[in-house]
Design a protein around this ligand. Structure first.
Ligand code: ADP
Ligand code: MG
Length: 253
């Protein structure tokens, strides 16, 4: 059974999508078969893997709202062994459409059940909120990976996220746990980055991954070419960091 990992942080712009896409690609490079579920209506993970949301026959919205089999919406990407369940802007309506639906919190979990055996890893790229989509992601996941940007206010909102994980654990998904905290956009030239990492380690302890993702311009350029960093610029610092993170993740699985 594949490990289902929700990449979550209700703050936007902290590196969720960048981490989901590049970690998926790095794990695939290391021999794993990986599915990335794009669960953000922005669809950045979808386009970041070179798939145009407009070309999709079906999307994760159809799977979650209309119970279209997930198999029917999964697409291959340009990266060997990386598959995507794409998102379109339709997904923005799902939060409202699901309100009156029975078991609305576990729609994604049910959609994933039949395909779990087909992958080694399933990543869920969460939207920047703690709404029903994120609750669905937490209800479907085994682990939560939290990217944190090395910036002021890094810890802001973190206890709220951890509290939500505990709530989902108590009501919907008893084995859910925050498994990894990943520091992103680390800038070695500033003391601030060092300070933030120290603060986060104080708060999160051993959950903080040894691998720290550097601020690397190539990481921000890759998505507009529809490629993960591992193929866009395989020898960049960003590619090396995400490979290290993949290795770290495989070890504690
Ligand atoms: P989120 O999904 O949390 O909103 P993104 O992964 O989309 O965050 O990242 C926000 C922005 O920062 C994007 O433009 C992305 O390309 C850029 N970015 C993310 N990680 C890095 C990094 N390590 N170095 C440089 N730019 C980054
Ligand atoms: Mg994102």
């Amino acid at each position: 059974m594949g490990r289902v990992i929700a990449v979550a942080n209700q703050k936007g712009g902290v590196g969720k999508t960048t981490t989901a896409v590049n970690l998926a690609a790095a794990l695939a490079e290391q021999g794993a078969r990986v599915l990335l579920v794009d669960f953000d209506p922005q669809g950045n993970a979808t386009t970041g893997l070179g798939v145009n949301p407009r070309d999709l026959a079906g999307s994760i919205y159809d799977a979650v709202v209309h119970e279209t089999p997930l198999e029917d919406v999964i697409e291959a990407t340009g990266v060997r062994n990386v598959f995507v369940a794409g998102a379109t802007i339709d997904l923005a309506g799902a939060e409202i459409e699901l309100v009156s639906v029975l078991s609305r919190e576990t729609r994604l979990r049910r959609a994933l059940e039949p395909v779990r055996g087909d992958y080694d890893y399933i990543f869920i790229d969460c939207p920047p909120s703690l709404g029903l989509l994120t609750v669905n992601a937490l209800a479907a996941a085994d682990e939560v990976l939290v990217p944190i940007q090395c910036e002021y206010y890094a810890l802001e909102g973190l206890s709220q996220l951890f509290r939500n994980v505990t709530l989902v654990q108590q009501s919907l998904n008893p084995t859910l746990r925050v498994s990894h905290v990943v520091m992103t956009m680390f800038d070695a030239r500033t003391n601030l980055s060092e300070q933030v990492v120290a603060n986060v380690k104080e708060f999160c302890g051993d959950l903080v991954c040894e691998t720290v993702i550097p601020r690397n311009i190539r990481l921000s350029e890759a998505p507009s070419f529809g490629q993960p960093i591992t193929t866009f610029d395989p020898s960049s610092r960003g590619a090396i960091a995400y490979r290290d993170l993949a290795t770290e993740l495989r070890k504690d699985g």
